[in-house]
Structure formats: structure tokens, C-alpha cells
Design a protein around this ligand. Structure first.
Ligand SMILES: N[C@@H](CCC(=O)N[C@@H](CS)C(=O)NCC(=O)O)C(=O)O
Length: 256
């Protein structure tokens, strides 16, 4: 059985989609990131970076003691190796996939996260929205550029790494499915006109039964409504982290 430390966000859903595709049994362990579960010692022992997703595999590849892994890219590679699926074994095929896995981890995910922050969260937090303009332009521009990179690739290939569905598609899809909403500065510029090939692939991948199940997993989490003050406290936990605010918990986790 694999424990998946999870909250229903694009990064969390990469893992449930892969587990569903592989038919591997798993148990969701909720990590309420607005409530501060990511700073608990038990979680920091698994993920010193206080970010979900993470997994603990009680029947690990190669046998032996349970293995814990954080960072969704590493988790996807591990699950691909364990299942023998969705990552070719020949070097050319393998690295055709892994280059897109790393592209997602280093580019699309972080840029969309920052575009979402500057476009949707920051205006409700700052007392001077004019200061957000540079950050908005920078990250929305990058999301637009990256959507274009995908669109070109998908204009000649069925899937991101070529003709085979792989972990590159699964790791990218939960973000790419709403790339149109973050690639324009205006609230209504939600169309897919500039990225028709991404839209074709988003629909095709989204129609897979395992992807639907992985996307729906843990769907009862994160639905609670909070008072304005509690909402502010939760955002503060997420958006005002420093070394000083997390260090003691991280060190305690190392010693535990
Ligand atoms: N590079 C990491 C990113 C994970 C990540 O950013 N997780 C967010 C939710 S999507 C999180 O746990 N945030 C908690 C926090 O900011 O304290 C991965 O892909 O696993």
C-alpha cells in the first residue's frame, strides 16, 4: 500500500492520476496546507521542504523498509520504475520523456503558480495593487510563452514526448488544463485560440478514465468555508514563510 500525502491541487493530482493509471492501491493522507499540516514534525520527516505531495511506499521497489519520497517529479519516476509503465526503458525514449518531466517541474508548474499568485491572490492581500504590475506581467508572459512551447510540440506529436502517453503527460496535464486562464492578464481572456493543440491534448488526456478518477480523488477535501479572519490566517501561513518561521520544526523533524 502507498500512502499519498495529498491536498487537492495540481501537484497533488499528478500522483493520484499516475496511481490510478497503474492500478496501484493507495491511501490518501490529507495535508491541509492552509491549516499548517505541512509544518507538522511527522510530515517534515517525510518532506523537509514543507510541500505536498509526498509518498510512503510500504512495499518498496527492491524490498526492505518503507521508502518515502517528496517532489512530484521524483515520485512519478519512482512509480514508473516500480510499475514498469509510462517511462520507456530505452535511453532515447526514456530521456524524451524525462526532459518534459523536468520541463514541467522547473517551468510550467512554478510559472503558473506565480502567475496565479500575482493575478488571483495578491490583489486581495496587498494594500497597493499597483506594485503587482511587474510580477503579473512577468509571470503571465512566461505562462503564455510556455503554453506556446507545448502547443508547438503538440502540433506535431500526439503526446508531449512523442507518440506514447507517458508520465510527461500526467505530470503536465493537471496544470495545463487551465493554462488558458493564466496566460492572459484580463479576467475574460480565457479562450484557447492561441493554443489549439494544447486544448486538443487536454481534452484527449482528460477523457481517460484513470485521469478522471485521479482528478476526482480526495474531492471531499478543501471544501470547508472559513471566516474572513481565518481565511487571512490561512493565507498568511502559506504566503509568509521564511527560514526562521519553519526552521525549528524542520530541525525537530530531523532529530525525531
Ligand atoms: N515542486 C513541488 C511543488 C509542491 C508544491 O508547491 N506544493 C504546494 C501545493 S501545490 C504546497 O504543498 N504548499 C504548501 C506551502 O506552501 O506551505 C512538487 O512538485 O512536488
Amino acid at each position: 500500500m502507498i500512502d499519498v500525502y495529498f491536498w487537492p491541487t495540481p501537484n497533488g493530482r499528478k500522483i493520484t492520476i499516475m496511481l490510478e493509471e497503474c492500478g496501484m492501491p493507495y491511501k490518501i493522507v490529507p495535508v491541509d496546507i492552509g491549516g499548517g499540516d505541512q509544518f507538522k514534525v511527522d510530515f517534515l520527516r517525510i518532506c523537509p521542504n514543507n510541500r505536498m505531495p509526498a509518498i510512503v511506499d510500504h512495499e518498496p521497489l527492491g524490498g526492505g523498509k518503507p521508502i518515502s519520497i517528496f517532489e512530484s517529479g521524483a515520485i512519478m519516476e519512482y512509480l514508473a520504475e516500480k510499475s514498469g509503465k509510462f517511462l520507456p526503458k530505452d535511453p532515447a525514449g526514456k530521456y524524451a520523456v524525462l526532459q518534459w518531466v523536468h520541463w514541467q517541474m522547473a517551468n510550467l508548474g512554478p510559472m503558473m503558480g506565480n502567475a496565479n499568485h500575482f493575478k488571483n491572490y495578491a490583489p486581495n492581500i496587498t494594500d497597493d495593487p499597483s506594485k503587482l504590475e511587474y510580477g503579473q506581467r512577468r509571470f503571465i508572459g512566461e505562462v503564455d510563452r510556455l503554453a506556446g512551447v507545448m502547443d508547438t510540440q503538440l502540433s506535431i506529436h500526439q503526446y508531449l514526448a512523442g507518440s506514447e502517453y507517458s508520465i510527461a503527460d500526467m505530470i503536465t496535464w493537471p496544470w495545463a488544463m487551465f493554462v488558458n486562464r493564466l496566460a492572459t492578464p484580463d479576467k475574460d481572456g480565457y479562450n484557447w485560440n492561441d493554443y489549439p493543440n494544447v486544448k486538443r491534448w487536454v481534452d484527449e488526456v482528460g477523457a481517460r478514465e484513470a485521469v478522471k478518477r485521479g482528478q476526482a480523488a480526495g474531492g471531499d477535501l478543501g471544501k470547508e468555508k472559513f471566516s474572513k479572519e481565518e481565511e487571512l490566517r490561512r493565507r498568511n501561513l502559506l504566503f509568509n514563510q521564511t527560514n526562521a518561521s519553519v526552521r525549528a520544526a524542520r530541525e525537530a523533524a530531523l532529530k525525531a
